[in-house]
Design a protein around this ligand. Structure first.
Ligand code: F42
Length: 333
């Protein structure tokens, strides 16, 4: 099992860099930085993290095909890869619907857009002139001058992961990705996802073993499990409020319960969330508890086919302390 931590750049890059350095010291292998227009820019943040760390891999998780042309994405990821000495990973996903809506972007043909973007970026990183006549992506002799073999000191064979939830996107991730980032924290999410990833990989002449299956989790750890649950529940509430009907059904959450949780959020009754989100619901949508609880839950995810755990918000009641706990957890694998 590999371990990563996700950071949302809603804090200054220097602060995220301090967390990333602490994570590196604890043996964490990956840091993933999310990409939303309302937060600090993902690539600038990665550049700062690159300078503050030595060996940890740095991922953009995930950029979408609509707010940036694949040429800009290729140029940005190649730039930070050079700064980081070849330690970066690119994540591409269809984009969060709420944030695309805010920009007036329809997000047409997300599956096609993601597949075309992955293929185009990979080709651009080879450094040649790229002409691409896709349904969404159109390029004419586009070129990244500093990419490609021998132009930089670092390899530009940057792994590309796909952020995926839906069945077709999971298959596409298996087909075109080096890895897949799945917003999910429970083994049932992966029992459903892994066969689809495998189907996509095999259709493309690869095996499942070649794909890193990463669980992008809601994660909360503390020596006091009750405090860990209290920290996780507001995050779980937002996940439940935004989850698809099929995901809610998978986890046994009724439409009425979702309605109550969404109502409490929209009316600002955040104190009510602790009761509305039961421990049972939290256990379906997060990895939460003491060190031993979290180790047990990660072992179950490993059995379900997860190959990387990405610990995401909130991490716990105290981020610095949680990073230390994650280090202790890693030593058990
Ligand atoms: N979104 C962000 O904006 N920023 C982030 O930093 C971010 C991180 C992230 C990390 C992990 C992760 O799993 C998701 C993450 N996301 C992030 C969210 C991500 O961008 C997506 O919003 C999320 O993964 C949901 O996407 P999805 O995989 O469920 O795909 C949706 C769009 C979908 O509808 N998929 C369908 C499916 O079955 O998979 C495919 C639909 C389809 O086939 N469409 C056709 C096509 O060609 O695209 C067209 C159909 C038609 O009628 O036109």
């Amino acid at each position: 099992m590999k371990f990563g931590i996700e950071f949302v750049p809603n804090e200054p890059a220097a602060q995220i860099a301090a967390y990333a350095k602490a994570a590196e010291e604890q043996g964490v292998e990956y840091v993933w930085v999310t990409d939303h227009h309302n937060n600090r820019d993902v690539y600038s943040t990665i550049a700062v993290l690159a300078s503050a760390t030595d060996g940890i891999k740095l991922g953009a998780g995930v950029t979408n095909p609509y707010t940036r042309s694949p040429v800009i994405t290729a140029s940005s990821i190649a730039s930070v890869n050079e700064i980081a000495g070849g330690r970066v990973i690119l994540g591409i996903g269809p984009g969060d619907k709420m944030t695309l809506d805010a920009l007036g972007i329809a997000g047409d043909k997300p599956l096609t857009a993601v597949k075309e973007t992955v293929i185009a970026v990979r080709e651009l990183l080879q450094g040649g002139k790229v002409t691409f006549d896709g349904d969404i992506i159109r390029l004419k002799n586009a070129k990244i001058d500093f990419a490609g073999p021998k132009r930089t000191a670092v390899s530009m064979d940057i792994p590309i992961y796909v952020g995926a939830q839906g069945p077709k996107m999971l298959e596409a991730a298996g087909a075109v990705g080096n890895g897949v980032l799945i917003n999910g924290s429970h083994p049932d999410d992966f029992t459903a996802a892994v066969p689809l990833i495998q189907k996509g990989a095999e259709a493309a002449g690869k095996t499942l073993a070649e794909i890193d299956v990463a669980a992008y989790t809601c994660f909360s750890i503390d020596e006091d499990a009750e405090k860990a649950y209290a920290a996780a529940k507001p995050v779980v509430a937002f996940i439940v409020a935004g989850a698809s009907v099929s995901v809610l059904e998978r986890h046994g959450v009724s439409a009425a319960v979702r309605q109550e949780i969404a109502g409490a959020i929209s009316q600002g009754r955040f104190k009510d969330l602790n009761a509305l989100v039961t421990d049972k619901i939290a256990d379906r949508f997060s990895i939460t508890g003491s060190l031993d609880d979290c180790i047990g839950k990660v072992k179950e995810l490993e059995k379900a086919g997860v190959t990387q755990i990405v610990a995401g918000s909130p991490l716990g009641p105290n981020k610095e302390k949680s990073i230390q706990f994650i280090g202790k957890m890693i030593s058990e694998f």
